[in-house]
Design a protein around this ligand. Sequence first.
Ligand code: SAH
Length: 393
Amino acid sequence: MKSIRLRPGRERSLLRRHPWVFEGGVERGKADAGETVRVEASDGRFLAWAAYSPASAIRLRAWSYDESERIDASLFERRIAKAVEARARLGIDSDAMRLVHGEADGLPGLVVDRYADVLCVQFGAAGVERWKGAIVDALAARCGVHRIYERSDVSVRALEGLDPRTGWLLGDGATDVEIREHAWRLRVDLAHGHKTGFYLDQRENRRRFADLVRQRRVRQVLNAYSYTGGFSVAALAGGAEHVTSVDSSAPALERAIEHVALNGYDPARHQARDADVNRTLREALTGGQRWDAIVLDPPKLAPTAAHAERAARAYKDVNRLALGALTPGGLLLTFSCSGGIGVELFHKIVAGAAVDAGVDGAIVERLGAAPDHPMTLFFPEGEYLKGLAIVKA
Ligand code: SAH
């Protein structure tokens, strides 16, 4: 077993159970991509077993802080079993959920999503890439599935020196899967959809939106950045008269149209617009169009804190426009999935947008990622999705 010696003082993050060591923290030692190494402090004392990633700025990702724990196939079986059991206790009202959420489940770089009887898996780091065979075996055994699809086409793979790869790891067949979320039927394209196919992290917020639409007797809804229309179906389920879905992806909008029909709603109650959200809102403001509720769920504008400033301006612009385009008493559900923008900063951005729009409002709820995307005490990067439900004065 190779050893990696850290620079003095650089043992701190591992001692705090944060699983990453950056390249600058390494004093000496080298290993192959994904190889298990013994990480030691500058005085030689054991800190962790970790996966080495020679191409990545995140040079080490810890598997275990227990010197007696062996890093072998059984470790992956245990971690996967624990992650799957934890989901079973959450009472999730869907047959689609995140079973493994990377670092939070002790499996850095691994994402496993269940869509009905199919798993869709992402290997985003050299460590989990190296253990792919053991991981696939453990998933098949633990989840009782016969089909596992790989969506390792995330951009972080390049940072790890790994080529993108997609395709079946187990079984084969159609990559289009129907799932049930709450009472709704939705279709997920595992091969071409965003992420592993769907935004599972918004599941509880879609449910909550349906409730708020019903309680507040919302009539006209704008679902901005709609993707395949999950929030649009929620709005119709909540009794909205009409929903407009806006997205810049034509295939996503086709799906949104399909979802309205699949759930038995009159297609006349829904309009799909292939357009830029900012532009749509600007046109609405000048044309006098208003909505009783708007969902704003933009793509990740600030992947890291380094992008935060420019992203903050973009978030502020779109929130200002949306607040302006709401009827008095209207409801805004606004989100940021940027890891680089924290809860407090997001609040400030939206408050600034309200000042610029000249509107007052009350925060009626704070929203986050669904519980199958857990956060741990030790890995703050795990908190990425945040949202506010605001009622305009
Ligand atoms: N709320 C959705 C997920 C939204 S993801 C759900 O619950 O499923 C963000 C979406 O924004 C993507 O579908 C992407 O195609 C779209 N998008 C990105 N930039 C855009 C823009 N400038 N205008 C409109 N849509 C955009």
